[in-house]
Design a protein around this ligand. Structure first.
Ligand code: FES
Length: 111
């Protein structure tokens, strides 16, 4: 009897879980850019929109680029930031910078 009740309650729980997932629709996953610190593209884009307009500001805002690998994801962060600063939007696909060159220095803004 107890075993039967346990099986029934498990089935009800599973049914409820499936109904909930169906009602919520498929989850949209954001691409993980920084694997060391598990930082998604969505998080980085939000930081950039909120004013992180240099790599250091992105590092501070998200912890992306400062993981134990030494910053492998920076080759994606740079092009993502450059694209945003140039176009005001984010690219669907990030073209990684594989040149190894540091980004050019920022031009001083007149104040
Ligand atoms: S992947 Fe971003 S710091 Fe390692």
């Amino acid at each position: 009897m107890l075993k039967t009740l346990r099986v029934i309650s498990q089935r009800i729980a599973l049914y409820s879980f499936n109904e909930y997932n169906n009602a919520m629709g498929p989850k949209k996953k954001s691409e993980i850019i920084c694997r060391c610190n598990n930082v998604s593209k969505e998080t980085i884009e939000k930081a950039i929109k909120d004013g992180a307009h240099t790599l250091n500001e992105i590092f501070d805002a998200t912890s992306a680029g400062v993981g134990p690998c030494g910053g492998t994801c920076r080759r994606k962060l740079g092009p993502l930031l450059d694209y945003y600063l140039l176009n005001g939007t984010f690219p669907e696909k990030i073209n990684e910078d594989l040149t190894g060159k540091p980004p050019p220095p920022k031009k001083p803004t007149s104040s």
